[in-house]
Design a protein around this ligand. Structure first.
Ligand code: SF4
Length: 446
Protein backbone atom coordinates (compact mmCIF):
# COMPACT_ATOMS: atom_id res chain seq x y z
CA UNK A 1 0.00 0.00 0.00
CA UNK A 2 2.96 2.35 0.56
CA UNK A 3 4.55 1.89 -2.85
CA UNK A 4 4.24 4.67 -5.45
CA UNK A 5 0.81 4.56 -7.08
CA UNK A 6 -0.62 1.82 -4.87
CA UNK A 7 -3.18 4.41 -3.91
CA UNK A 8 -4.79 6.26 -6.82
CA UNK A 9 -6.79 9.44 -6.14
CA UNK A 10 -9.16 10.29 -8.98
CA UNK A 11 -10.83 13.68 -9.47
CA UNK A 12 -13.73 13.89 -11.92
CA UNK A 13 -14.74 17.55 -12.03
CA UNK A 14 -14.34 20.52 -9.71
CA UNK A 15 -15.94 23.24 -11.81
CA UNK A 16 -12.82 23.74 -13.87
CA UNK A 17 -10.47 24.14 -10.92
CA UNK A 18 -7.31 22.17 -10.20
CA UNK A 19 -8.81 19.54 -7.86
CA UNK A 20 -8.26 20.58 -4.27
CA UNK A 21 -10.42 17.64 -3.13
CA UNK A 22 -7.59 15.41 -4.36
CA UNK A 23 -4.64 17.65 -3.45
CA UNK A 24 -5.61 17.64 0.22
CA UNK A 25 -6.03 13.86 0.65
CA UNK A 26 -2.79 13.42 -1.31
CA UNK A 27 -0.97 15.59 1.22
CA UNK A 28 -2.54 13.79 4.20
CA UNK A 29 -1.63 10.37 2.78
CA UNK A 30 1.92 11.50 2.00
CA UNK A 31 2.28 12.76 5.57
CA UNK A 32 1.19 9.29 6.75
CA UNK A 33 3.90 7.60 4.66
CA UNK A 34 1.97 6.69 1.50
CA UNK A 35 2.88 7.67 -2.06
CA UNK A 36 -0.44 8.21 -3.87
CA UNK A 37 -0.77 8.87 -7.58
CA UNK A 38 -3.45 11.23 -8.90
CA UNK A 39 -5.59 11.44 -12.01
CA UNK A 40 -7.95 14.25 -12.99
CA UNK A 41 -10.23 12.86 -15.69
CA UNK A 42 -11.64 16.34 -16.36
CA UNK A 43 -8.39 17.22 -18.13
CA UNK A 44 -6.50 13.91 -18.46
CA UNK A 45 -7.47 10.72 -20.29
CA UNK A 46 -8.40 7.76 -18.11
CA UNK A 47 -5.26 5.67 -17.62
CA UNK A 48 -5.98 1.93 -17.11
CA UNK A 49 -2.31 1.36 -16.23
CA UNK A 50 -2.58 3.63 -13.21
CA UNK A 51 -5.79 1.83 -12.18
CA UNK A 52 -4.18 -1.60 -12.61
CA UNK A 53 -1.30 -0.71 -10.29
CA UNK A 54 -3.50 0.50 -7.41
CA UNK A 55 -4.77 -1.39 -4.39
CA UNK A 56 -6.96 1.50 -3.27
CA UNK A 57 -8.69 3.81 -5.75
CA UNK A 58 -10.60 6.82 -4.43
CA UNK A 59 -13.06 8.83 -6.50
CA UNK A 60 -13.86 12.39 -5.44
CA UNK A 61 -17.48 13.46 -6.07
CA UNK A 62 -18.03 16.91 -4.55
CA UNK A 63 -20.84 17.76 -6.97
CA UNK A 64 -23.53 16.19 -9.13
CA UNK A 65 -21.61 16.33 -12.42
CA UNK A 66 -18.58 14.74 -10.75
CA UNK A 67 -20.76 11.90 -9.48
CA UNK A 68 -22.21 11.17 -12.91
CA UNK A 69 -18.68 11.00 -14.32
CA UNK A 70 -17.36 9.17 -11.26
CA UNK A 71 -19.72 6.22 -11.65
CA UNK A 72 -18.46 5.69 -15.20
CA UNK A 73 -14.87 6.01 -14.05
CA UNK A 74 -15.47 3.42 -11.31
CA UNK A 75 -16.69 0.95 -13.93
CA UNK A 76 -13.50 1.48 -15.94
CA UNK A 77 -11.37 1.07 -12.83
CA UNK A 78 -13.16 -2.16 -11.97
CA UNK A 79 -12.69 -3.48 -15.51
CA UNK A 80 -8.96 -2.75 -15.32
CA UNK A 81 -8.53 -3.93 -11.76
CA UNK A 82 -11.13 -6.39 -10.39
CA UNK A 83 -9.63 -6.61 -6.88
CA UNK A 84 -8.81 -3.05 -5.82
CA UNK A 85 -10.89 -1.26 -3.17
CA UNK A 86 -12.94 1.56 -4.69
CA UNK A 87 -13.92 4.35 -2.29
CA UNK A 88 -16.16 7.29 -3.19
CA UNK A 89 -15.92 10.43 -1.09
CA UNK A 90 -17.41 13.90 -1.10
CA UNK A 91 -20.85 15.51 -0.64
CA UNK A 92 -22.59 13.49 -3.32
CA UNK A 93 -21.05 10.20 -2.20
CA UNK A 94 -22.92 10.19 1.09
CA UNK A 95 -26.18 11.42 -0.47
CA UNK A 96 -26.09 8.54 -2.96
CA UNK A 97 -24.38 5.93 -0.79
CA UNK A 98 -27.05 3.28 -1.31
CA UNK A 99 -26.79 3.44 -5.09
CA UNK A 100 -22.99 3.58 -5.12
CA UNK A 101 -22.56 0.62 -2.78
CA UNK A 102 -24.89 -1.39 -5.01
CA UNK A 103 -22.99 -0.35 -8.13
CA UNK A 104 -19.31 -0.96 -7.62
CA UNK A 105 -18.25 1.12 -4.61
CA UNK A 106 -16.64 -0.74 -1.73
CA UNK A 107 -16.95 2.19 0.67
CA UNK A 108 -18.35 5.70 0.82
CA UNK A 109 -17.58 8.68 3.06
CA UNK A 110 -17.74 12.48 3.19
CA UNK A 111 -17.16 15.49 5.41
CA UNK A 112 -13.62 16.17 6.54
CA UNK A 113 -12.25 13.27 4.54
CA UNK A 114 -8.48 13.34 5.08
CA UNK A 115 -8.46 11.41 8.36
CA UNK A 116 -10.98 8.77 7.18
CA UNK A 117 -9.01 8.20 3.98
CA UNK A 118 -5.75 7.71 5.88
CA UNK A 119 -7.57 5.33 8.22
CA UNK A 120 -9.02 3.47 5.24
CA UNK A 121 -5.55 3.00 3.76
CA UNK A 122 -4.24 1.72 7.10
CA UNK A 123 -7.10 -0.74 7.52
CA UNK A 124 -6.71 -2.12 4.03
CA UNK A 125 -2.96 -2.37 4.56
CA UNK A 126 -3.50 -4.43 7.71
CA UNK A 127 -6.26 -6.52 6.17
CA UNK A 128 -8.85 -5.19 8.61
CA UNK A 129 -12.58 -4.82 8.01
CA UNK A 130 -13.70 -1.56 6.44
CA UNK A 131 -16.95 0.24 7.19
CA UNK A 132 -18.86 0.46 3.90
CA UNK A 133 -21.10 3.47 4.51
CA UNK A 134 -19.35 5.72 6.95
CA UNK A 135 -21.24 8.71 8.38
CA UNK A 136 -19.82 12.11 7.37
CA UNK A 137 -16.67 12.80 9.37
CA UNK A 138 -17.23 16.12 11.09
CA UNK A 139 -14.21 16.90 13.22
CA UNK A 140 -11.92 19.92 13.09
CA UNK A 141 -9.56 19.12 10.20
CA UNK A 142 -5.85 18.67 10.79
CA UNK A 143 -4.77 19.30 7.25
CA UNK A 144 -1.34 19.80 5.76
CA UNK A 145 -0.67 22.13 2.84
CA UNK A 146 -2.30 20.55 -0.26
CA UNK A 147 0.02 18.47 -2.42
CA UNK A 148 -0.21 19.85 -5.95
CA UNK A 149 3.08 18.86 -7.58
CA UNK A 150 1.64 15.79 -9.37
CA UNK A 151 -1.53 17.55 -10.57
CA UNK A 152 -1.91 18.96 -14.09
CA UNK A 153 -0.67 22.52 -14.46
CA UNK A 154 -2.88 25.55 -13.85
CA UNK A 155 -2.86 26.27 -17.59
CA UNK A 156 -5.28 23.33 -17.97
CA UNK A 157 -7.93 24.90 -15.75
CA UNK A 158 -10.35 27.84 -15.60
CA UNK A 159 -8.74 31.26 -15.83
CA UNK A 160 -9.70 34.75 -14.79
CA UNK A 161 -11.00 36.78 -17.72
CA UNK A 162 -10.78 40.50 -17.09
CA UNK A 163 -10.75 43.31 -19.63
CA UNK A 164 -10.03 40.80 -22.39
CA UNK A 165 -6.99 39.37 -20.60
CA UNK A 166 -6.68 35.83 -19.28
CA UNK A 167 -4.88 35.20 -15.98
CA UNK A 168 -4.04 31.83 -14.43
CA UNK A 169 -6.24 31.15 -11.42
CA UNK A 170 -5.61 29.01 -8.35
CA UNK A 171 -8.32 27.52 -6.16
CA UNK A 172 -8.04 27.37 -2.36
CA UNK A 173 -10.37 27.00 0.61
CA UNK A 174 -10.20 28.90 3.88
CA UNK A 175 -13.15 26.99 5.35
CA UNK A 176 -15.34 23.98 4.65
CA UNK A 177 -19.00 23.24 5.31
CA UNK A 178 -21.56 25.93 6.05
CA UNK A 179 -23.39 27.16 9.09
CA UNK A 180 -26.62 27.70 7.13
CA UNK A 181 -29.35 25.24 6.22
CA UNK A 182 -30.68 26.34 2.85
CA UNK A 183 -33.04 23.55 1.88
CA UNK A 184 -31.89 23.04 -1.70
CA UNK A 185 -28.18 22.91 -0.94
CA UNK A 186 -26.26 19.59 -0.78
CA UNK A 187 -24.06 20.81 2.08
CA UNK A 188 -26.56 20.82 5.02
CA UNK A 189 -27.48 17.12 4.72
CA UNK A 190 -23.77 16.34 5.18
CA UNK A 191 -22.49 19.14 7.43
CA UNK A 192 -25.73 19.75 9.37
CA UNK A 193 -25.03 23.47 9.81
CA UNK A 194 -21.37 23.13 10.80
CA UNK A 195 -18.31 24.64 9.20
CA UNK A 196 -14.60 24.35 9.87
CA UNK A 197 -11.89 26.90 9.25
CA UNK A 198 -8.57 25.97 7.69
CA UNK A 199 -5.62 27.45 9.61
CA UNK A 200 -4.58 30.73 8.00
CA UNK A 201 -0.94 29.63 7.66
CA UNK A 202 -2.01 26.54 5.68
CA UNK A 203 -4.16 28.69 3.37
CA UNK A 204 -1.33 31.18 2.89
CA UNK A 205 1.20 28.41 2.13
CA UNK A 206 -1.21 27.02 -0.47
CA UNK A 207 -1.63 30.45 -2.04
CA UNK A 208 2.16 30.80 -2.09
CA UNK A 209 2.63 27.57 -4.02
CA UNK A 210 -0.13 28.54 -6.46
CA UNK A 211 1.52 31.91 -7.10
CA UNK A 212 4.82 30.08 -7.66
CA UNK A 213 2.94 27.93 -10.20
CA UNK A 214 1.84 31.06 -12.07
CA UNK A 215 -1.48 32.06 -10.47
CA UNK A 216 -2.33 35.76 -10.67
CA UNK A 217 -5.79 35.28 -9.22
CA UNK A 218 -7.12 33.14 -6.37
CA UNK A 219 -10.59 31.66 -6.09
CA UNK A 220 -11.67 31.07 -2.52
CA UNK A 221 -13.93 28.07 -2.97
CA UNK A 222 -15.38 28.17 0.54
CA UNK A 223 -19.12 27.48 0.35
CA UNK A 224 -19.43 30.85 2.08
CA UNK A 225 -16.28 32.92 2.64
CA UNK A 226 -18.05 35.03 5.29
CA UNK A 227 -19.21 32.19 7.54
CA UNK A 228 -16.25 33.12 9.73
CA UNK A 229 -15.72 36.80 8.88
CA UNK A 230 -12.75 37.46 11.16
CA UNK A 231 -10.91 34.44 9.76
CA UNK A 232 -11.85 35.46 6.21
CA UNK A 233 -10.50 38.98 6.68
CA UNK A 234 -7.29 37.69 8.26
CA UNK A 235 -6.75 35.38 5.30
CA UNK A 236 -7.45 38.15 2.76
CA UNK A 237 -5.12 40.56 4.59
CA UNK A 238 -2.31 37.99 4.64
CA UNK A 239 -2.81 37.33 0.93
CA UNK A 240 -2.58 41.03 0.09
CA UNK A 241 0.35 41.70 2.41
CA UNK A 242 2.50 39.07 0.71
CA UNK A 243 1.12 39.44 -2.83
CA UNK A 244 -0.20 42.99 -3.29
CA UNK A 245 -0.96 42.49 -7.00
CA UNK A 246 -2.85 39.22 -6.54
CA UNK A 247 -6.61 39.43 -7.07
CA UNK A 248 -9.22 37.07 -5.70
CA UNK A 249 -12.90 36.12 -5.78
CA UNK A 250 -15.14 34.72 -3.06
CA UNK A 251 -18.64 33.33 -2.57
CA UNK A 252 -20.90 34.86 0.08
CA UNK A 253 -24.62 34.81 0.74
CA UNK A 254 -26.79 37.92 0.53
CA UNK A 255 -27.43 37.87 4.28
CA UNK A 256 -23.68 38.00 4.98
CA UNK A 257 -23.09 40.76 2.44
CA UNK A 258 -25.57 42.93 4.30
CA UNK A 259 -24.36 41.97 7.77
CA UNK A 260 -20.69 42.55 6.84
CA UNK A 261 -21.23 45.54 4.57
CA UNK A 262 -18.70 47.55 6.58
CA UNK A 263 -15.97 45.04 5.66
CA UNK A 264 -16.64 45.02 1.93
CA UNK A 265 -14.64 48.14 1.00
CA UNK A 266 -11.60 46.60 2.72
CA UNK A 267 -12.11 43.33 0.83
CA UNK A 268 -12.21 45.34 -2.40
CA UNK A 269 -9.03 47.20 -1.46
CA UNK A 270 -7.32 43.89 -0.67
CA UNK A 271 -7.93 42.68 -4.22
CA UNK A 272 -11.40 41.13 -4.24
CA UNK A 273 -12.62 41.50 -7.83
CA UNK A 274 -15.97 39.80 -7.56
CA UNK A 275 -18.30 38.10 -5.16
CA UNK A 276 -20.41 35.17 -6.28
CA UNK A 277 -23.68 35.18 -4.39
CA UNK A 278 -26.43 32.57 -4.54
CA UNK A 279 -29.31 34.96 -5.08
CA UNK A 280 -31.36 32.06 -6.52
CA UNK A 281 -34.62 33.97 -7.14
CA UNK A 282 -36.36 37.31 -6.79
CA UNK A 283 -39.60 35.66 -5.67
CA UNK A 284 -40.06 35.85 -1.93
CA UNK A 285 -42.25 32.74 -2.20
CA UNK A 286 -39.42 30.75 -3.79
CA UNK A 287 -36.84 32.20 -1.40
CA UNK A 288 -39.08 31.19 1.51
CA UNK A 289 -39.38 27.60 0.27
CA UNK A 290 -35.59 27.41 -0.13
CA UNK A 291 -35.09 28.98 3.32
CA UNK A 292 -32.48 31.29 1.83
CA UNK A 293 -32.56 33.84 4.61
CA UNK A 294 -32.99 36.81 2.28
CA UNK A 295 -35.71 38.61 0.35
CA UNK A 296 -35.81 40.18 -3.09
CA UNK A 297 -35.39 43.57 -1.39
CA UNK A 298 -32.23 42.30 0.32
CA UNK A 299 -30.81 41.30 -3.07
CA UNK A 300 -31.17 44.85 -4.36
CA UNK A 301 -29.56 46.23 -1.22
CA UNK A 302 -26.69 43.72 -1.41
CA UNK A 303 -26.05 44.68 -5.02
CA UNK A 304 -25.77 48.31 -3.97
CA UNK A 305 -23.35 47.69 -1.08
CA UNK A 306 -21.12 45.38 -3.13
CA UNK A 307 -20.99 47.91 -5.96
CA UNK A 308 -20.23 50.72 -3.54
CA UNK A 309 -17.24 48.69 -2.34
CA UNK A 310 -15.88 48.58 -5.90
CA UNK A 311 -16.54 44.85 -6.25
CA UNK A 312 -18.58 43.13 -8.97
CA UNK A 313 -21.48 40.99 -7.81
CA UNK A 314 -21.96 37.78 -9.78
CA UNK A 315 -25.42 36.54 -8.80
CA UNK A 316 -26.23 32.86 -9.30
CA UNK A 317 -29.75 31.53 -9.74
CA UNK A 318 -32.00 28.54 -9.36
CA UNK A 319 -33.99 29.78 -12.32
CA UNK A 320 -36.54 26.95 -12.40
CA UNK A 321 -38.29 25.64 -9.29
CA UNK A 322 -41.82 24.25 -8.89
CA UNK A 323 -42.84 27.62 -7.43
CA UNK A 324 -41.21 29.92 -10.01
CA UNK A 325 -43.90 31.44 -12.23
CA UNK A 326 -43.41 32.71 -15.75
CA UNK A 327 -43.72 36.24 -14.37
CA UNK A 328 -40.98 35.44 -11.81
CA UNK A 329 -38.69 34.22 -14.58
CA UNK A 330 -39.33 37.32 -16.64
CA UNK A 331 -38.76 39.53 -13.58
CA UNK A 332 -35.36 37.88 -13.06
CA UNK A 333 -34.38 38.65 -16.68
CA UNK A 334 -35.59 42.25 -16.37
CA UNK A 335 -33.62 42.69 -13.15
CA UNK A 336 -30.43 41.36 -14.73
CA UNK A 337 -30.99 43.60 -17.71
CA UNK A 338 -31.94 46.86 -16.05
CA UNK A 339 -29.24 46.51 -13.37
CA UNK A 340 -26.57 46.07 -16.07
CA UNK A 341 -25.76 42.55 -14.89
CA UNK A 342 -25.86 40.70 -18.20
CA UNK A 343 -22.09 40.13 -18.21
CA UNK A 344 -22.23 39.20 -14.51
CA UNK A 345 -24.39 36.13 -15.13
CA UNK A 346 -23.16 33.10 -17.05
CA UNK A 347 -26.00 32.11 -19.43
CA UNK A 348 -26.07 28.58 -18.00
CA UNK A 349 -27.37 30.16 -14.80
CA UNK A 350 -30.59 31.06 -16.57
CA UNK A 351 -31.23 27.36 -17.23
CA UNK A 352 -30.49 26.01 -13.75
CA UNK A 353 -33.29 23.77 -12.51
CA UNK A 354 -33.78 22.90 -8.86
CA UNK A 355 -31.91 19.68 -8.15
CA UNK A 356 -33.41 17.48 -5.45
CA UNK A 357 -30.87 14.81 -4.56
CA UNK A 358 -31.51 11.98 -2.09
CA UNK A 359 -31.25 13.40 1.43
CA UNK A 360 -32.24 16.92 0.35
CA UNK A 361 -33.85 18.96 3.14
CA UNK A 362 -36.55 19.87 0.62
CA UNK A 363 -37.90 16.33 0.81
CA UNK A 364 -39.19 17.12 4.32
CA UNK A 365 -41.23 20.12 3.17
CA UNK A 366 -44.95 19.89 2.32
CA UNK A 367 -44.44 22.55 -0.37
CA UNK A 368 -42.52 20.17 -2.62
CA UNK A 369 -44.78 17.14 -2.19
CA UNK A 370 -47.44 18.02 -4.81
CA UNK A 371 -44.74 18.38 -7.48
CA UNK A 372 -42.41 15.55 -6.54
CA UNK A 373 -41.97 12.46 -8.69
CA UNK A 374 -39.90 9.33 -8.21
CA UNK A 375 -36.23 9.11 -7.34
CA UNK A 376 -34.21 8.54 -10.50
CA UNK A 377 -31.46 6.70 -8.66
CA UNK A 378 -29.08 6.40 -11.60
CA UNK A 379 -29.47 10.13 -12.32
CA UNK A 380 -28.96 10.91 -8.61
CA UNK A 381 -31.98 13.15 -8.14
CA UNK A 382 -35.76 13.18 -7.77
CA UNK A 383 -37.98 14.03 -10.67
CA UNK A 384 -40.32 16.99 -10.22
CA UNK A 385 -42.85 18.62 -12.50
CA UNK A 386 -43.96 22.27 -12.67
CA UNK A 387 -47.72 22.88 -12.24
CA UNK A 388 -47.57 25.18 -15.28
CA UNK A 389 -46.44 23.06 -18.29
CA UNK A 390 -45.14 26.21 -19.98
CA UNK A 391 -42.37 26.40 -17.37
CA UNK A 392 -41.08 22.88 -18.01
CA UNK A 393 -41.15 23.63 -21.74
CA UNK A 394 -39.34 26.94 -21.17
CA UNK A 395 -36.71 25.12 -19.12
CA UNK A 396 -36.16 22.62 -21.94
CA UNK A 397 -35.95 25.41 -24.52
CA UNK A 398 -33.57 27.60 -22.49
CA UNK A 399 -31.34 24.60 -21.71
CA UNK A 400 -31.11 23.67 -25.40
CA UNK A 401 -30.40 27.29 -26.38
CA UNK A 402 -27.69 27.71 -23.74
CA UNK A 403 -26.00 24.44 -24.75
CA UNK A 404 -26.04 25.41 -28.42
CA UNK A 405 -24.76 28.92 -27.62
CA UNK A 406 -21.92 27.54 -25.49
CA UNK A 407 -20.99 25.13 -28.28
CA UNK A 408 -20.51 28.00 -30.75
CA UNK A 409 -18.96 30.30 -28.11
CA UNK A 410 -21.69 32.89 -28.57
CA UNK A 411 -21.36 36.24 -26.81
CA UNK A 412 -23.23 36.07 -23.48
CA UNK A 413 -25.15 39.28 -24.26
CA UNK A 414 -26.47 37.75 -27.49
CA UNK A 415 -27.50 34.57 -25.65
CA UNK A 416 -29.22 36.67 -23.01
CA UNK A 417 -31.29 38.48 -25.63
CA UNK A 418 -32.30 35.16 -27.20
CA UNK A 419 -33.40 33.87 -23.77
CA UNK A 420 -35.48 37.02 -23.32
CA UNK A 421 -37.16 36.15 -26.59
CA UNK A 422 -37.96 32.61 -25.40
CA UNK A 423 -39.52 34.07 -22.26
CA UNK A 424 -41.72 36.34 -24.38
CA UNK A 425 -39.84 39.57 -23.65
CA UNK A 426 -38.54 42.13 -26.13
CA UNK A 427 -34.89 43.01 -26.66
CA UNK A 428 -34.56 44.85 -23.35
CA UNK A 429 -32.55 47.73 -22.03
CA UNK A 430 -29.00 46.46 -22.16
CA UNK A 431 -27.64 45.62 -25.55
CA UNK A 432 -23.91 45.31 -25.00
CA UNK A 433 -22.49 45.87 -21.52
CA UNK A 434 -20.21 48.89 -21.35
CA UNK A 435 -17.52 46.81 -19.71
CA UNK A 436 -17.65 43.05 -19.20
CA UNK A 437 -17.47 42.01 -15.56
CA UNK A 438 -14.48 39.93 -14.42
CA UNK A 439 -15.25 36.23 -14.45
CA UNK A 440 -13.81 32.77 -14.42
CA UNK A 441 -13.84 31.01 -17.76
CA UNK A 442 -15.95 28.19 -16.30
CA UNK A 443 -19.49 28.87 -15.06
CA UNK A 444 -19.80 28.50 -11.33
CA UNK A 445 -22.72 28.23 -8.99
CA UNK A 446 -23.18 27.49 -5.29
S1 SF4 B 1 -26.62 27.66 -0.31
FE1 SF4 B 1 -24.76 28.68 0.42
S2 SF4 B 1 -25.35 29.64 2.38
FE2 SF4 B 1 -26.94 28.10 1.90
S3 SF4 B 1 -26.30 26.23 2.97
FE3 SF4 B 1 -25.45 26.13 0.88
S4 SF4 B 1 -23.40 27.00 1.04
FE4 SF4 B 1 -24.54 27.61 2.88
Amino acid sequence: MRGPGEILLIACYELGHQPLAVAWPAAALERAGYAPATLDVSVEPFDPERARGARLVTISVPMHTALRLGVKVAARVRAANPTCHIAFYGLYATLNAEYLLAHGADSVTSGEIEAPLVELARRLERGETVERARAPHLARPDVPVPSRAALPKLTRYAKLERDGQLTLAGYVEASRGCKHLCRHCPIPPVYGGRFFVIPADVVQADIRQLVAAGAGHITFGDPDFLNGPRHALAVARALHAEFPRLTFGVTAKVEHLLARRADLPELGALGCLFIVSAVESLSDTVLGHLDKGHTAGDVREALAVVRAAGIALRPTWVAFTPWTTLDDYRAMLEFIDTEGLVSHVDPVQLSVRLLVPPGSLLLDTPALRPHLGPLMADAFHYHWRHPDPRMDQLHADVSALVAEAAEKKEDAAVTFRRIRGLAGLGDGAETVAARAAPRLTEPWFC
